[in-house]
Ligand binder design. Sequence first.
Ligand code: B12
Length: 249
Amino acid sequence: MKFITETSGIFTRYDINVEVGRKEPRKISEDELLQKVADCLISGDEEEMETTIRQALRDREPMEVINKGLLRGMREVSRLWDEGVYFLPQVILSSDAMIAGIALCEKKMGKTMEKKGRVITHTAEGDIHDIGQVIVNALLSAAGFEVINLGADVPVDVLVEACKVHKPLMVTGTALMTTTMTAFPKIAMRLKRLGLEIPFVCGGGAVNEEYVTSFDLGIWGKEASQAVGMAEDALNGLGWMEMRAKWNG
Ligand code: B12
């Protein structure tokens, strides 16, 4: 009978790296509270995140907390994922903490009483990566736009139907996967055929300027914060070609 004497290579805890990764947290900000916001995000501690965000919002603008705490923390989560330190459970905890944090910031930003115009937002069919879209929703609402939030994994048909019914001044799409970004040119083509030449701002890690500007109506959105300026342009009557010339290339 053979006995196994060396077991170190057999039983490997898949999450051991997580503990190591957490022991050496990266410096995200010089601001102690924003560093804590990022730390809560990285460790996926939703409860502590809410307490910390409330503290941070006492003397900081919500956008500063989003940009310099939450988004930078998420960049670190992305790095840990890319390096194989984080697995899905950790990333899910972090994204839940991110969404809870954004909701508190959105509440603090408040909402303008009179709506300026309607924007439809969605995350591409087959794609559940909606954090970019959640930020876009928060910023547009805070800037006084009526946001029709179709959520994530939105079928092309549903999006096109919503555009027919609501006639928005702008549509946005978010795609984080190379398999889902292909919904965007399909949507653009369908809208164009229907005579709905609505500026279609597409963002998300999967797409780039070259891809989005390869189809009519498409305008590439690099940062969620651009959404407000773009909606203002659409409100002021700029067409998709003028908007593309202004924001891209
Ligand atoms: C968080 C995350 C998740 C979370 C998503 C939670 C959620 N509610 O969103 C969970 C854990 C659920 C998840 C699941 C999966 N994930 Co994931 N995930 C990530 C991760 C780590 C971060 C993405 C993120 O949220 N970034 C932060 C946000 C803010 O970035 P963003 O959306 O791009 O938005 C920025 C800009 O693009 C822009 N923007 C976005 N939209 C818009 C719109 C407008 C109008 C404008 C102006 C700007 C704009 O503004 C933002 C910045 O200001 C990435 C890794 C990475 N390197 O990106 C992988 C990643 C996206 N996931 C990936 C994969 C493969 C998956 C899974 C298939 C894994 C699996 N085996 O099950 C599933 C997907 C299931 C599905 N059908 O969608 C791959 C995709 C690969 C590819 N190229 O296709 C990535 C790239 C990881 C990798 N390197 O392999 N994931």
